[in-house]
Design a protein around this ligand. Structure first.
Ligand SMILES: C[S@@+](CC[C@H](N)C(=O)[O-])C[C@H]1O[C@@H](n2cnc3c(N)ncnc32)[C@H](O)[C@@H]1O
Length: 348
């Protein structure tokens, strides 16, 4: 981004950098008080909203003014607040689903971890582990409330990514695909529903696949889909011609990711392909939207804060594939925010 002719940064440049955290909290607290849903039916005054939410009237008015200045709300001459298009993404029925994402990031355990980013960068240790003494996934086992927020946030991400994958990626060349780390089967169910000749296998941990039978049955694809439980660090079912990894490798460092890819490579059918669906960090490619690139970069720091994983550049993906005897052959941009791609690799 360019600076003004005086070489001083403009407010548009420095405000998000200095005060992005505050704007996030203004939107998040407005959302958690239930204001977007309260305004869904009609515009309301600050006093009406205070009654509806039980919040302190004077402080709420100040929050509403700030949210209006930030572009989330509009206010009319009678002092009635309404949602803007931007604020509407916090409604619980919004297709963009900002609310579950915000609920996860603003949860105290995650918010505290972001506070340890400096120590994380100094030491090379994940901030979440530094603050809580264990990793996110171990922590989730003992924190059902955060686990609920986490799964809702993952679902919100998938609600945007799944249509982009089923519309933007061509599955016609595959006979049998295995969704590695496929969770409850939502992703594979959508792919199988859109590709009636395709067969599939959901592969995840025993806990991860617990809900898969119901999801596959409800989607009407259970007769074309198996469910296999196991750890991708031990082995991955062999013989499929497509191995899908959606939002998996970014959970893991390079050594662990190589182990997953090694296990896939050893069972890959002749002419088989590995397809990684992932955000890809910008390397300054032409025609790249800087805000999309910023979104991917923020994901990378988020992975640094809450996991031992990372986002990667295309070059880093090529190196990761090569280390497991795979060769990146095709890169398909998908119609989805934050530089989301399908990366196809074959045996080298
Ligand atoms: C970030 S989620 C992604 C889920 C799904 N692919 C999606 O995009 O919505 C990571 C998945 O990896 C699974 N997973 C974690 N460790 C695993 C392991 N050792 N073996 C198999 N799956 C594992 C988790 O259960 C979870 O379903």
């Amino acid at each position: 981004m360019s600076s003004s002719s005086t070489d001083q940064p403009t407010p548009a440049e420095y405000l998000p950098v200095l005060f992005g955290f505050a704007i996030n909290q203004i939107g998040g607290v407005t959302s958690r008080l239930g204001i977007p849903d309260a305004l869904a039916a009609s515009a309301l005054t600050a006093d009406e909203l205070a009654t509806a939410t039980g919040a302190h009237a004077g402080f709420l008015l100040r929050l509403l003014r700030a949210a209006t200045t930030a572009g989330l709300l509009a206010v009319d001459a009678q002092g009635r607040f309404s949602l803007t298009v931007l604020g509407g993404m916090y409604r619980s029925d919004s297709p963009v689903q900002a609310a579950p994402l915000d609920a996860m990031h603003a949860a105290p355990a995650v918010w505290q971890a972001w506070g340890a980013l400096e120590e994380s960068v100094r030491t090379g240790k994940p901030a979440f582990n530094l603050v809580h003494g264990k990793g996110l996934f171990d922590h989730l086992g003992g924190d059902p409330e955060l686990a609920g927020r986490f799964h809702a946030a993952m679902g919100a991400g998938s609600a945007v990514q799944l249509p982009a994958i089923t519309r933007g990626f061509d599955f016609t060349g595959f006979g049998h695909v295995i969704d590695v780390g496929g969770g409850n089967g939502t992703h594979l169910a959508a792919i199988l529903a859109a590709n009636p000749a395709l067969r599939g296998t959901v592969f995840d941990t025993a806990d991860g696949v617990l809900e898969a039978p119901g999801v596959l049955k409800d989607a009407g694809v259970a007769d074309r889909c198996e469910i296999t439980a196991g750890s991708f660090f031990d082995s991955v079912p062999a013989g499929a011609d497509g191995y899908l990894l959606k939002n998996i490798l970014h959970d893991w460092d390079d050594a662990s990711s190589k182990k997953i890819l090694d296990n896939i490579r050893s069972g890959l059918a002749r002419n088989g392909r590995v397809v990684v669906f992932s955000s890809v960090l910008s390397e300054g490619r032409q025609n790249e939207d800087p805000l999309e690139a910023l979104g991917a970069a923020i994901f990378d720091i988020e992975m640094m804060v809450v996991t031992t994983g990372r986002e990667r550049t295309l070059t880093e993906f090529e190196q990761l594939f090569a280390a497991s005897g795979l060769r990146l052959t095709k890169v398909t941009p998908l119609p989805c925010p934050f530089l989301y791609y399908a990366l196809e690799a074959v045996a080298a």
